[in-house]
Design a protein around this ligand. Structure first.
Ligand code: ADP
Length: 483
């Protein structure tokens, strides 16, 4: 992997604690999912080391919070610039450990860096408030202050952006930040530490603690009094565990959890645009995102036409090693991911679904899988309630608006939703009726640093991105003064 980088010194496999790169207690292997070979042996940080990292982060935060917003903004801006200067290398590292096509990795690096840029700017705009007093002698001021040490646990599907979306607002607010990346993708997190170091972010303000012992680290984060904020992206199942654990210390939590996004195509939609949107939304990252369309609902009048167009477009796309040119689908992250896609296909076909494209592991072997389209999907099939997290597009048929809104909302999740339509009153009505934190109208791509990303129902707590995103890392203090 080093030989593929312009700057091989970016490839670091140690933890970053208190401004130093340090060994863990042993190492764990990181593999390339396209080839299955071990590409790095990464420091396996122990719980005791994480406790030490928290103590250092706590001490560093006290100083960091004294910096002016502009001073914090300047080093964050340096960090952003370094990420973009090294975009290609960061993308290669990301693809090597995670598998997504290089073009998507470049996009993720730019997207991830944009959160650092955006929140660097916001660091200067953390405004408080004055409130007219409730008595003649009273003056009321509201201060916004950093919460303290923030700890994150993140997944492998966006190894860069899931960290920067949290670290950007945390550092801008004056919090210190400790990242425990997914064990599949620690290199993309550690390289952020290499660049943080070069950018002049003070020791202890940003730390990375790779570890194969996720539950130990999660416990330390939740039980350690010095940690004041836990921010998690991952499954609803693990989110519930962490919320329970965090209850004992009454820790503030942000949770970006699972989704089960509906993608609705009404009969007045621009079908070509809907097909293009569905492809980006369903198949980006090989279907491994929490905002991926999981259920595609198509109105009966355009159902067959949409299915044909979608099939024709997906057929032209290529499966292969993400480091090679012209690849649209990399491997899935591991064999369990393949098994889940297969289970969902088998469940669907046993209940009357018809595979019109793909349906099998790719002839490339490993965790490569054919992009798959299933017609005749119904609400009793597994993917109607469970996120597939793979390249499987199930097409459900519906007759009218009320029916599809009820089906779309029939889930415990409420992260992203999408629909294609032209009738203006329909657009408003459906956008308002969807019980989701995010609604894409005539677009399949909704992620941006300038908008508040987050879910309702069991998809999570809090918002990431936009000026709202920094609030999750701030406490309000109200000062009541008698004059
Ligand atoms: P995904 O399906 O995306 O892997 P998970 O919720 O399983 O979603 O994992 C998200 C992150 O949470 C990963 O970094 C994983 O290692 C971590 N994790 C899993 N179980 C626990 C736990 N009990 N405590 C803390 N972190 C956990």
């Amino acid at each position: 992997l080093k030989s593929l980088l312009n700057d091989p010194s970016l490839l670091e496999a140690r933890a970053y604690i208190g401004g130093q790169f340090v060994d863990g207690e042993g190492t764990f292997d990181v593999t390339n999912p396209a080839r299955g070979d071990v590409i790095a042996q990464v420091a396996d940080t122990s719980r005791a080391q994480v406790a030490g990292a928290i103590a250092q982060a706590d001490a560093a935060q006290k100083e960091w919070a004294k910096w002016t917003g502009k001073e914090r903004a300047n080093v964050l801006r340096n960090w952003y610039d370094l990420m973009m200067e090294n975009q290609e290398d960061l993308a290669v590292i990301l693809t090597a450990e995670m598998g997504k096509p290089l073009a998507e990795s470049r996009g993720e690096i730019a997207y991830g860096a944009s959160f650092i840029e955006f929140f660097a700017e916001e660091a200067k705009r953390i405004y408080g408030e004055t409130i007219p007093g409730h008595q003649r002698d009273k003056r009321i001021t509201v201060l916004k202050q950093p919460i303290g040490v923030a700890a994150s646990i993140t997944p492998w599907n966006f190894p860069n952006a899931m960290i920067t979306r949290k670290a950007g607002p945390a550092l801008a607010a004056g919090c210190s930040f400790i990242a425990r990346p997914a064990a599949e993708t620690p290199l993309s997190a550690i390289v952020l530490a290499v660049l943080a170091d070069r950018a002049g972010i003070p020791a202890g303000v940003f730390s990375v603690v790779p570890s194969s012992r996720a539950s130990d680290i999660g416990k330390e984060f939740c039980e350690n009094d010095a940690v004041r904020k836990l921010t998690f992206t991952g499954s609803t199942e693990v989110g519930r565990i962490l919320l329970r654990q965090a209850a004992d210390t009454v820790m503030k939590c942000s949770m970006e959890l699972g989704g089960n996004a509906p993608f609705i195509v009404f009969d007045d939609a621009d079908l070509d645009a809907a097909v293009e949107g569905a492809i980006m939304c369903k198949f980006r990252n090989n279907g491994q995102t929490c905002v991926c369309a999981n259920r595609i609902y198509v109105q009966s009048g355009v159902y067959d036409a949409f299915a044909e167009k979608l099939k024709a477009a997906v057929e032209k796309m290529n499966v292969g090693d993400g480091l090679k040119d012209g690849i649209h689908f990399g491997p899935l992250i591991n064999m369990e991911a393949v098994e889940k896609v297969q289970e969902h296909i088998a469940d669907a076909t046993s209940k009357g679904g018809e595979v019109i494209l793909g349906g099998n592991p790719s002839e490339l072997g490993g965790s490569f899988f054919q992009p798959t389209i299933v017609k005749g999907a119904t609400q009793n099939m597994a993917f109607a309630t469970d996120e597939t997290f793979g390249p499987l597009a199930p097409l459900f048929k519906f007759e009218d608006e009320d029916e599809v809104i009820a089906m779309a909302n029939d889930t415990i999740f409420g992260l992203a939703s999408y629909f294609y339509a032209k009738d203006l009153s329909r657009v408003y009505k459906v956008a308002e009726a969807l019980e989701y934190g995010i609604v894409g109208v005539n677009t399949g791509i909704i992620s941006t640093e300038v908008a508040p990303f987050g879910g309702v129902k069991q998809s999570g707590l809090g918002r990431e991105g936009s000026h709202h995103g920094i609030e999750d890392y701030l406490e309000m203090k109200y000062i009541c003064m008698s004059v």
